[in-house]
Design a protein around this ligand. Structure first.
Ligand code: NAP
Length: 252
């Protein structure tokens, strides 16, 4: 039998890349997917050079045909980490662009649906599968300007809770990790369409936002619990953030 295999979506940066590293360290053969082929290929090469088992597979999770072809190419899948996602804009509901809302639903909800549906047979077939969904505290509560992202992550949360009910009795755990503020290189930059100043302002004065590695630790911890232990929902925030809207910022 080949090594236990973990598929990580959105492994080209941030939390996905850090999670792939952690799971590779934990002994999994990691399959790194994202749209930017060169990024996942470079990470797979780095992990392989370090003696880990890693392969890259370019994939857009919103493209169902591509997802199905990807699933068909795998010989096994024991763990799926649905991490690909993101926010576009911080507009009030009154002004939000429906195209942004649609794009956020596509990647954060339908992306999770596509990949999970395509890999469920393999996850069940493994006899001990785990599905992880990287949702967000935006999936559990609202905040002004969050609009479309909040709606999409609530969708991801609802999908995850429903799936857990439906898979009860099957040998597949369903885990949701919901981070608060994580300072990754690209999340806020993507949200503000490349405006580095606005992206930096998100974290201004916050002593220690979470890092991608902090979140990856929680994912790897949940995945590596004994098979009968299902971490349903793990909310993780930095100490300086008590809710979506209460963040302690040091005066400048
Ligand atoms: P990030 O660095 O922007 O990572 C997003 C990842 O998703 C990238 O690897 C990106 O890769 C991939 N991706 C985006 N659209 C995709 C698509 N259509 N198909 C395949 N891959 C796609 O952000 P992050 O901070 O690591 O966030 C990772 C996850 O955690 C997201 O779901 C995010 O919503 C969630 N989260 C983040 C925070 C935070 O504060 N940073 C907090 C809570 C939850 P490509 O562009 O190469 O495709």
């Amino acid at each position: 039998m080949s090594t236990r295999t973990a598929v990580v979506t959105g492994a080209s940066s941030g939390i996905g890349a850090a999670t792939a590293r952690k799971l590779a360290e934990a002994g999994y053969r990691v399959v790194l997917t994202a749209r930017r082929a060169e990024r996942v290929e470079a990470l797979a090469a780095e992990l392989t050079a370090a003696g880990r088992e890693a392969v890259a597979h370019p994939l857009d999770v919103t493209d169902r045909q591509a997802v199905d072809a990807f699933a068909a190419s795998l010989d096994r899948c024991d763990v799926l980490v649905n991490n690909a996602g993101g926010a576009f804009g911080l507009d009030p509901v009154a002004e939000g662009d429906p195209a942004d809302w649609r794009a956020m639903y596509e990647v954060n909800v339908l992306g999770v649906l596509h990949v999970t549906q395509a890999l469920l047979p393999a996850l069940k077939g493994s006899g001990d599968g785990t599905v992880v969904v990287l949702s967000s505290t935006a999936g559990l509560g609202t905040y002004e300007g969050g609009g479309g992202y909040v709606a999409a992550k609530h969708g991801a949360h609802a999908l995850t809770e429903t799936l857990r009910l439906e898979l009860c009795g099957a040998p597949v755990r369903v885990v949701e990790v919901a981070p608060g503020m994580v300072r990754t290189d690209e999340f806020s930059l993507t949200r503000f369409r490349g405006d580095q100043e606005r992206a930096d302002a998100v974290y201004a004065g916050v002593a220690d936002p979470l890092t991608a590695e902090d979140v990856a630790d929680t994912v790897a911890w949940a995945v590596t619990r004994p098979s009968h232990v299902n971490i349903d929902l793990l909310v993780v925030r930095p100490r300086a953030q008590a809710s979506n809207t209460k963040v302690h910022r040091e005066p400048r």
